[in-house]
Design a protein around this ligand. Structure first.
Ligand code: FES
Length: 169
């Protein structure tokens, strides 16, 4: 007596989806299509990220600081969004970085001492950026400050200038 290869439960038994269940072949097909769809979606996302440009949005380094009349003579104005001090004396205007040259902390103007002070390790600078105390290795850099054709101050943080260079208005 030979074994019936088509007996229910045997590997070669015919599928019977008409009974209301999902056949093994259909089930494996659905799993395969699902896996392919997930793999395709993943590779699509990776491809899109690879093809899209890596753009770093930073504030512009050149900015308008308004009319000179906004700054009284013998004043120090901190522009927080630009991390720059606009100084004005009888001699003219100059712009000084507010970023400490030691480890990059943001300094603060202290009118009671007439000094720019770093809160991190105690460096102190005069209005012209010269260091008077602390571990900062260099003075605060001066940025280019010019007058636009329509009469506004323009500071360029990419262009450093000599401290002696002031804008006479
Ligand atoms: S970061 Fe300013 S003194 Fe260290």
């Amino acid at each position: 007596m030979s074994e019936n290869p088509k007996a229910p439960g045997s590997p070669d038994a015919p599928e019977s989806p008409e009974k209301g269940g999902v056949g093994r072949r259909d089930f494996l097909n659905e799993i395969s299509f699902g896996a392919l769809a997930v793999a395709g979606l993943g590779s699509g996302v990776v491809s899109y990220q690879y093809m899209s440009p890596n753009v770093l949005f930073e504030p512009p380094t050149k900015f308008r600081a308004g009319s000179p009349d906004l700054y009284p003579v013998d004043s120090v104005t901190y522009l927080q969004d630009q991390l720059v001090y606009i100084m004005r004396s009888a001699a003219g205007f100059w712009a000084v970085s507010a970023v400490c040259t030691h480890l990059g902390c943001i300094t603060a103007w202290h009118p009671e001492t007439n000094l720019i002070q770093c809160p991190c390790h105690g460096s102190k600078f005069k209005q012209d950026g010269v260091k008077v105390a602390g571990p900062a290795p260099r003075p605060l850099p001066h940025f280019s400050i010019t007058l636009s054709p329509d009469g506004e101050l323009v500071v360029d943080k990419l262009e450093t200038v000599q401290p002696s260079q002031v804008l006479k208005v």
